[in-house]
Design a protein around this ligand. Structure first.
Ligand code: ZN
Length: 74
């Protein structure tokens, strides 16, 4: 369902999408501990996002997050 560094996340406005969450290195977002600041492809706004825990998240939310992926870095 998700590739190695893909993580389902929830933005500050409640949007669900998938983004690339690379440990220790990220060229596209500002890391702020357990969340980070980046552009949300759903609401098309800048926001803080938090990763969903696939083990505890609602399966319906994970499915929704899997449907939207932000732009990949080659
Ligand atoms: Zn959003």
């Amino acid at each position: 369902m998700f590739e190695r560094f893909d993580r389902p996340v929830r933005c500050g406005a409640g949007h669900l999408f998938t983004t690339i969450w690379v440990p220790l290195a990220s060229a596209k977002a500002v890391r702020l501990g357990d969340h980070r600041f980046q552009r949300c492809p759903v609401g098309r706004h800048w926001t803080s996002v938090w990763p969903l825990d696939p083990a505890n998240a609602d399966p319906a939310e994970l499915a929704q997050a899997a449907q939207v992926h932000d732009i990949r870095i080659p």
